[in-house]
Design a protein around this ligand. Structure first.
Ligand code: DGJ
Length: 701
């Protein structure tokens, strides 16, 4: 829609298809939040910027809804910006210094009342998805240095309401993106990562409602942070019943030196609004990602095979060729050799850093395997973990100073490896060159870029003065830059972001990633919960799901092939099992599911996801996908464990055109969209781990 100025006021409205976001300058010159919600009809309906009633102990700043929340005067809320000037002044008061609208972007310039510091707050709107991207630029316009001690990409102010509820994603390795929902009382709810990467424990996503929203109805304010490092999101409910959500780079152990003339640009924070429940919030986020964020978003994702769970570190030309031949028979489109192909990599104790082909495993290099894979009609992909080094490697023996460490102190290993210091330009060059060389000398069309430990001892000996705490941001920016340069040079190569499963899933790396490895946990029952949570924040196209062994390595649970396939078909399908373990009958069955998946993948990968029944509520999990044109729908139904002989409950669908007939492709039954949605479908799912996939297609005249 548009961005417009409210006449006779220094105030602006960011109007998307179904939402208004308004800000304005108050009498003191501060940029205040005015309104976020459904579009208002009249220009004088936007609240004024007049300060709240104040008492001596309850200053106006305590109630302040400044868009940027500088730390100065009597501002006690979570700061959006905290700096220290060269003379040790730690007081920042920002006043309006100009505004500019360029297409879909509004930029407001602010400056400190006395010191030479310029802050630009940017807002970019995405009409169709009612989403706003916010970021902050801080420029040192003075002579002396300035240290930034905290800089949030956005402070999101919510309407004043008696109750607030937050939805977020938490978990751990093997149990990522677990959905949590809780009421917010006064104080702060912090979700964060202080481990160098996005992390498995929390994900930079939030949704807030007033306590009564469902999947289909109610107001939701949602968003996240597009950053893959050290981050925090703070939901702060004040005693004045206001709620602000600060999202940005974590201030813990962070400091950024701004020399005269330098500018710091924050990552983007994304915020959106809907009146139609959590389901619509996800539709908007997914749509925004599919259209504007996810790399190569217009392309359907291929069905891949990955060798990790089949051959682990024991990859070699012969066993990979054998797997490739079987994968091709199943209809797999991309064959990926995982860990173990390089250096002296026979287990996780050695080899990382030595990115040359292991000649014992591949005596003639990778080419014969690549030729084989491509002649079987598949793309060839390969695993790398270039940000890491094993102490037992040629690289570490040559460059022991290339890892994060503090001089003369022990270096803590994780999975027997250390993290390369990507803040260093020589290390950046090494990482870029290693992958560039691999891609330049082989017909590789897919990289699975892994990283398998959190940071420790984050020291940067030899760092330029005052810059050693910048590693938390420099590492991420260097990584983005390396990916960007590799992709510019090798545009046909797709990238998967992996960090021991879903440790680096966020909208920052998403700009460079075609997809994410969702979790190392491939147990289909656990996956229902992981994927359920994931779907709240990220599009199914980005979510890679493998079908693995019948008895899962993690839980020892035995799950039938059909259930495992159906579960993995709800994202970007991959196969991770040892295909030598499949009987001829299994092969035929698996090939059938892959063919089915190819037929429905546009609906799953690009459609609207309707979460019908959550995994923890009953013994049924139901997820439906509807094509964006409404013509086709796919429903996945999972019965975890039948008890007492109870029949499965009817499955009531959503998102169909009520007056248009749809045919169940399995049974041939035709009903109106309303019929499928209101009467539901009765399925005879029995026993443990039974499942079904229902495909409905509009009947054309
Ligand atoms: C962790 C990943 O998540 C796995 O899929 C696999 O690639 C291993 N690393 C290999 O070391």
């Amino acid at each position: 829609m548009s961005i417009f100025t409210i006449p006779e006021r220094k105030a602006w409205v960011l109007r998307t298809n179904h939402a208004d976001y308004a800000i304005g300058v108050d009498e003191s010159g501060a940029l205040q939040h005015l309104y976020w919600g459904e579009p208002l009809n009249l220009l004088d309906e936007y609240p004024s910027t007049a300060g709240q009633h104040a008492w001596i102990w309850e200053p106006e700043e305590g109630n302040s809804r400044e868009e940027c929340m500088p730390w100065g005067k009597r501002s006690f809320a979570e700061p959006g910006l905290k700096v220290e000037f060269a003379d040790r002044t730690r007081d920042l008061v920002l006043t309006f210094d100009g505004a500019g609208i360029e297409g879909d972007t509004l930029r407001i310039a602010l400056k400190d009342v006395l010191k030479s510091l310029q802050v630009t707050v940017s807002y970019r709107i995405y009409d169709e998805f009612d989403v706003i991207e916010r970021s902050v630029e801080v420029t040192n316009t003075g002579e002396g240095p300035v240290n930034i001690e905290q800089v949030m990409s956005a402070i999101w102010h919510l309407p004043v309401y008696p109750s607030y509820r937050i939805t977020y994603l938490t978990g751990h390795w093997g149990a990522e993106t677990q959905l949590r929902r809780e009421m917010l009382q006064e104080g702060k709810k912090v979700i964060e990562a202080r481990r160098g990467i996005t992390g498995h424990n929390n994900n930079p996503f939030f949704a807030v409602d007033f306590g009564d929203t469902t999947e289909e109805y109610g107001l939701v304010y949602f968003g996240g942070l597009a950053f893959s490092g050290h981050w925090k999101i703070v939901a702060e409910r004040t005693p004045y019943q206001t709620l602000q959500i600060a999202a940005g780079i974590h201030d813990f152990d962070f400091r950024w030196l701004l020399e005269a003339g330098e500018t710091f640009v924050s990552p983007v924070s994304v915020g959106g609004f809907t009146t139609k429940g959590f389901g619509d919030a996800s539709h908007k986020l997914h749509g925004y990602q599919q259209k504007h964020v996810l790399r190569n978003s217009g392309q359907l994702r291929k069905v891949l095979y990955n060798s990790w769970e089949a051959t682990s570190f024991d990859v070699n030309e012969e066993n990979q060729k054998q797997l490739a031949e079987k994968a091709a028979r199943l209809g797999v489109e991309r064959f990926v050799v995982d860990d173990g192909w390089f250096g002296k990599r026979n287990d996780d104790k050695a080899g990382l850093g030595d990115w040359y082909v292991n000649k014992t495993k591949f005596p003639n290099g990778l080419q014969p395997l690549i030729d084989d894979v491509t002649s079987l009609g598949m793309d060839f992909g390969i695993w790398v973990e270039p940000e890491m080094v094993n102490p037992d490697s040629d690289l570490y023996r040559q460059h022991p100073d290339w890892v994060y460490h503090f001089t003369d102190r022990p270096r803590t290993e994780g999975r027997n490896q250390l993290v390369l210091n990507l803040a260093r330009e020589d290390v950046q060059a090494f990482v870029y060159n290693a992958v560039d060389e691999l891609l330049s000398t082989h017909a590789i069309s897919f990289i699975k870029w892994d990283m398998n430990r959190y940071f420790s001892e984050p020291g940067w000996p030899g760092a330029p003065d005052g810059r050693d705490r910048e590693i938390w941001v420099r590492h991420v920016n260097a990584l983005y830059d390396i990916w960007r340069r590799l992709q510019e040079k090798h545009p046909h190569v797709q990238f998967e972001s992996c960090a021991g499963g879903g440790g680096r899933v966020d909208m920052g790396i998403m700009r460079f990633a075609d997809q994410f490895w969702t979790s190392d946990n491939t147990d289909a029952l656990d996956r229902l919960r992981i994927q359920w949570g994931y779907s709240h924040a990220y599009t199914a196209k980005s979510m890679v799901c493998w079908v693995t062994e019948p008895v899962n390595y993690m839980n020892g649970r035995r799950i039938p092939l059909k259930f495992r396939f159906h579960c993995a078909m709800m994202g970007t399908l991959g196969i991770g099992m040892n295909l030598n373990h499949l009987t001829e009958q299994d092969m035929v069955e698996a090939a059938g599911y892959i063919a089915q998946y190819k037929a429905i993948r546009p609906i799953v990968q690009e459609g609207l996801c309707y979460r019908l029944s959550p995994p923890e509520q009953s013994d049924l999990t139901l997820v439906q996908y509807v094509g964006r044109d409404g013509q086709e729908a796919v429903v996945f139904v999972f019965r975890h464990a039948q008890q007492f002989g109870h029949p499965a409950l009817p499955v009531r669908l959503r998102g169909l055109e009520p007056f248009i007939p749809y045919r169940n492709e399995e049974t041939g039954e035709v009903r109106s969209g309303q019929g499928w949605m209101s009467r539901g479908i009765l399925l005879s799912l029995t026993g443990d781990y039974d499942s079904a996939m229902i495909r409905l297609v509009q009947v054309q005249d």
